[in-house]
Write a protein that binds this ligand. Structure first.
Ligand code: DAH
Length: 347
């Protein structure tokens, strides 16, 4: 029986040493130590031995059992370690690789970002931000701004008319062609002195091309106070543009015509692309056309209920889309409202 035990031990340990996988180990475990296993069989026969033999053979049998168990455990550990090693080698993670995006976060549209920036700059100069209706009465869009019926200035702006009469005065309703109507609305509501800007969407019945869209955005400015001159306007605009572009910008005034200002101006700023050397953007002049402006016409102050003998003011209006295009070198205005994510995700 003793030799049976030692042979079993030798064979089993050899089997364990040669095992190639976990499954083989399990099989050995069942065949040797299991309920019907070879060692269990031998142990069962112990009861037929004399007490002396029982003692020595029993001891040996227990040692064999423990040795086999230890060998099995060690081999199992060895397999587990090599599994781990294998997976560490195969499932290698590159910690320097950029992350995979499964969900993209939304972001603020570049036009809204710019509008917010413009509002911040003017707020710091003491201007309030005003709003006005996009579906505007014909009166505020034209008459209130000294553009009477049949005045040729109305031809400059091809207008969308709506069927409904306007709720404020029962007149015709237009999609506002500029943000200027909010000038009179603000003067009526708050009186003088005043300092406001009015960012907003405006509409014109126009064929679209790279620099024209039927919906675009303007920012109106209006300042009314005592002893106001164009010098104040120049200072405010130079300050605003320098802040908006993050570099020093100079401003030039040229005479221009708008019925709601007298004198009226065209405002240009120094070309930032060529530093006034002359390029395609400034058409080799060193100056970029930017906005209309002027001293508020007495008829407009009157429409707003302000005494033009006591108060003066200036106003301006510029295209926010154009400013955005210049800032980011965007070559087609239609991208701005096009809703193409490939465009907006760049900002
Ligand atoms: N409303 C004008 C336009 O849309 C722009 C403008 C010109 C606004 C002169 C003003 C101004 O306030 O004084 O073309």
């Amino acid at each position: 029986m003793k030799s049976e035990l030692t042979t079993l031990k030798a064979n089993t340990l050899q089997g364990i040493a040669e095992a190639k996988d976990d499954h083989t180990l399990k099989q050995i475990d069942i065949n040797i130590l299991g309920r019907k296993g070879q060692l269990t069989d031998i142990l069962r026969k112990l009861k037929d031995l004399s007490p002396d033999e029982k003692k020595t053979v029993g001891k040996l049998a227990n040692e064999v059992k423990t040795d086999i168990q230890i060998a099995l455990e060690n081999k199992q550990k060895q397999f587990a370690n090599s599994e781990l090693e294998k997976s560490l080698n195969e499932d290698w993670i590159d910690l320097t690789a950029p992350g995979k995006t499964t969900q993209t976060a939304g972001s603020i549209h570049p036009l809204s970002q710019l509008q917010k920036h413009v509002e911040e700059i003017f707020s710091e100069m003491g201007f309030s931000i005003m709003d006005g209706p996009e579906a505007e009465s014909e009166y505020y869009n034209f008459e209130g701004l000294n553009i009477p019926k049949h005045h040729p200035a109305r031809d400059m702006q091809d207008t969308f008319f709506l069927k409904e009469k306007h709720s404020t005065d029962g007149g015709r309703t237009v999609l506002r062609t500029h943000t200027s109507p909010v000038q009179v609305r603000t003067m009526e509501k708050y009186g003088a002195p005043l300092r406001v800007i009015v960012p907003g969407r405006v509409f014109r019945y126009e064929a679209t091309d790279a620099s024209h869209d039927s919906t675009f955005n303007q920012v109106e400015g209006l300042l009314v106070d005592k002893g106001i001159s164009l010098a104040h306007l120049k200072g405010v605009l130079a300050q605003f543009l320098s802040r908006a572009f993050g570099q020093e910008v100079t401003v030039r005034f040229r005479p221009g015509y708008f019925p709601f200002v007298e004198p009226g101006l065209e405002v240009d700023f120094s070309c930032l692309i060529c530093k006034q050397e002359g390029c395609r953007v400034c058409k080799k002049t060193g100056w970029v056309e930017f906005m209309g402006a002027g001293l508020v016409h007495p008829n407009v102050l009157k429409a707003g209920g302000i005494d033009s003998e006591v108060y003066q003011g200036w106003a301006f209006g510029f295209g926010l889309d154009r400013l955005l295009m210049m800032r980011h070198k965007i070559d087609d205005i239609r991208h701005i409202h096009g809703g193409d994510l490939r465009f907006v995700r760049q900002f």
